[in-house]
Design a protein. Structure first.
Length: 467
């Protein structure tokens, strides 16, 4: 991966917020980058026309980017539906006019000027370019419109759905990946290629397998003698020691981060990610989930996802842990609707109570061993909540690992749950070509937590870039 540089002539029809925040504004997170497939990489990229980071109000995200072939400028689509133009003509926007219950998901440049804005219900809204129809009112429940690409030959366009299906409007229908994506994978982006065809990028983030929804998982269902060590990182005094032990003993664990902690202690969060550990979602601000509304639950889960990914470059999807373990069946279903699977624990070591709470290293070790079983999920913490600055879980960790191994146990991350992660990740970064040449993809090449989010074609070479 060649991270930190912009590809020449960047032409993006649909890019996720991660591209805008990290690549365009020059704030690349750890692990971010792009891969050129059948194309060139150089520093002579598209010029930035008065674009400055930090200009968006709090709570407003940049969600799409399209370049104007006539001027070389570009348009940025914001989550409010607003469009900002840079050395390109402004034709209007959906600011204040987004259909109820929808979000804006993509912007695409019209072949002869102007642009099109896509909303999650499949609606296409034209500004300075012809309109040829849309999927508004036609999508099945749970299906979202996620990508939009204009056909330079006909002036029509294609809509990519989260299922991987493609609907064509005054453009040739070449095929799709509908029915080929496993649960947990989804269509991520579509880009117009040469010869009137298109390319589809797949990634993680699709609908959860039904087998994982409707419950909190307190044990990994397996007959194998495996244990998942998990760490909730609120207090963090012991994190450095924990990472050192895991590295020395060649163990991977799962770290549940709050968005607030990832934002305030970005260096620590990046260190966890750089160590190859799995990161997961522990809410944005650690509230009691049985005391907040459905909308607040979704905001907590998705807000933390954005903050963690921004801090670490890794997507915590799809694993989530309720703060304080406070949950109800309804809260579980709402978390599921946000695309996440709640993870509980088989045993809480109580290390968070600290020495002042009467806990010792022996207490921690004895509790883990007393609950040992196939698929045991161990809850540990990055430090103590008691204010005594003790790090009992960190101190006990070398003994816990040694004794569990002596009993014949090995260690896994939460990704082992039902084999879900290994089934989905080979699709992440996959590119399929329809009516245009294929030059390769990132399928099976992206590490855990790194998600393919954008696709752009090079009109000069016919190659493409994956973000």
């Amino acid at each position: 991966m060649a991270g930190g540089r912009r590809p020449a002539g960047l032409v993006v029809g649909m890019v996720a917020a991660f591209l805008l925040a990290s690549a365009v504004a020059g704030c690349g997170a750890a692990g971010s980058g792009f891969r050129a497939v059948g194309s060139r990489i150089g520093d002579a990229g598209t010029r930035s026309h008065d674009l400055a980071p930090g200009l968006l109000p709090a709570g407003v995200r940049a969600v799409g980017l399209a370049s104007d072939p006539a001027t070389g400028g570009y348009w940025i689509l914001k989550s409010t539906g607003g469009v900002d133009a840079f050395h390109a003509p402004w034709h209007g926007s959906l600011a204040g006019k987004i259909p109820a219950g929808c979000t804006v998901t993509a912007i695409a440049a019209g072949p002869r000027g102007g642009y099109l804005v896509l909303t999650s219900d499949g609606g296409v809204h034209n500004f300075g370019t012809p309109w040829h129809g849309s999927d508004a009112g036609r999508l099945q429940p749970g299906v979202r419109a996620v990508g939009l690409a204009a056909d330079p030959a006909t002036g029509g366009y294609w809509i990519l759905k989260s299922t991987g299906g493609v609907d064509a409007f005054r453009a040739p229908a070449r095929g799709s990946v509908a029915g080929t994506l496993p649960a947990g994978a989804a269509g991520a982006a579509i880009a117009a290629g040469q010869a009137g065809g298109y390319l589809i990028l797949a990634a993680t983030g699709g609908a959860l397998p039904a087998s994982l929804t409707g419950r909190q998982w307190d044990v990994i269902p397996t007959g194998r003698k495996v244990v998942a060590l998990t760490f909730d990182v609120g207090p963090s005094a012991g994190v450095a020691s924990i990472l050192a032990t895991l590295r020395r003993d060649h163990v991977r664990a799962t770290f549940f981060l709050t968005g607030r902690r990832a934002r305030k202690q970005k260096a620590m969060a990046m260190t966890i990610a750089a160590a190859g550990q799995l990161v997961a979602d522990h809410s944005a601000t650690h509230p009691h989930f049985t005391m907040i509304t459905d909308a607040q639950i979704r905001a907590q889960v998705l807000g933390a996802q954005t903050q963690i990914e921004s801090a670490t470059g890794l997507d915590p999807w799809p694993w989530f842990r309720f703060p304080y373990g406070d949950h109800s069946r309804h809260a579980i279903l709402v978390v599921n609707s946000a695309g996440f699977v709640p993870i509980g624990w088989t045993v809480d070591t109580l290390g968070w109570m600290g020495r002042s709470g009467g806990i010792t290293v022996r207490t921690v070790v004895d509790r883990v061993l007393a609950y040992r079983q196939a698929g045991e999920i161990v809850l540990m913490h990055g430090g103590s909540d008691s204010g005594d600055h003790s790090t009992l879980d960190a101190d006990a960790l070398p003994i816990v690992i040694r004794k569990l191994r002596a009993y014949g146990y090995s260690f896994v991350t939460i990704d082992a749950l039902g084999g879900f992660g290994p089934r989905v990740r080979p699709v992440n970064g996959q590119v399929r070509a329809f009516g245009t040449p294929w030059h390769g993809s990132d399928a099976r090449r992206l590490p855990a937590g790194v998600r393919a989010v954008g696709l752009a074609c090079d009109p000069a070479t016919g190659g493409y870039w994956i973000l």
